[in-house]
Design a protein around this ligand. Sequence first.
Ligand SMILES: Nc1ncnc2c1ncn2[C@@H]1O[C@H](COP(=O)(O)OP(=O)(O)OP(=O)(O)O)[C@@H](O)[C@H]1O
Length: 227
Amino acid sequence: MLEITDIEAGYGRTRVLHGVTVPAGKVVAVLGHNGAGKTTLLRLAIGLLKPTKGRVLFDGEDISSLAPNKRVARGMAYVPQGQQAFGQLTTLENLQLVADGRRRGKALIEAQMARFPALEKFATRKAGLLSGGQRQQLAIARALITEPKLLILDEPTEGIQPTIVAEIEQTIMQLAGEGIHVLLVEQHIGFALEAAERYVVLASGFVTQTGDGGLAAASTVRAAMAI
Ligand SMILES: Nc1ncnc2c1ncn2[C@@H]1O[C@H](COP(=O)(O)OP(=O)(O)OP(=O)(O)O)[C@@H](O)[C@H]1O
């Protein structure tokens, strides 16, 4: 699906990613401390940033210079940090904004409401009044309405109450079961490794470790991150 090979990228003259390679996998977790370059890597994956060296492959095709909208059209979806939603619109209206004009738009909304019962419960509530966790579920639901092959999630559990963290973890595992690939940035190592098939650890823009996911990898990762 997505393969990122030997990437150099940054902002202006500042190079942030140095020779970064991310293996393919159903769920791939990107771990690392603040400022390690995790968000930069996701921005590169969706095309908001172009590499100065290296390749981004999607379904075997080099998409390194493809614009973000074209990547979305090919089946990539990106949920940035921060539980973004249109706060003055209701939950349902937020979903309709993405679903309108799509064949089966109504069915796509219903499927996401079935996945996230809180969204159905609060369908008529303004998104600005939802909890952070519910808004994150809304952001993920909006992305899923585009029927992606690959969902890119930037810190989906940041600042969210533990019950919804568990629900989001369940969702990620379900998605993998449905054949949707996930590229995930997370600060919660246990959460990320439990869900991940593969992981990479980034430090100062370099990959310092890569391996198979699963909770057994947690101590190795914590040692690599010195925490
Ligand atoms: N738009 C930008 N212009 C210049 N430098 C940037 C920009 N965005 C990020 N950086 C720098 O790139 C480096 C990596 O930032 P990035 O946000 O990718 O890290 P991160 O691992 O996602 O951190 P966090 O966990 O805090 O979100 C940092 O040194 C940051 O200051």
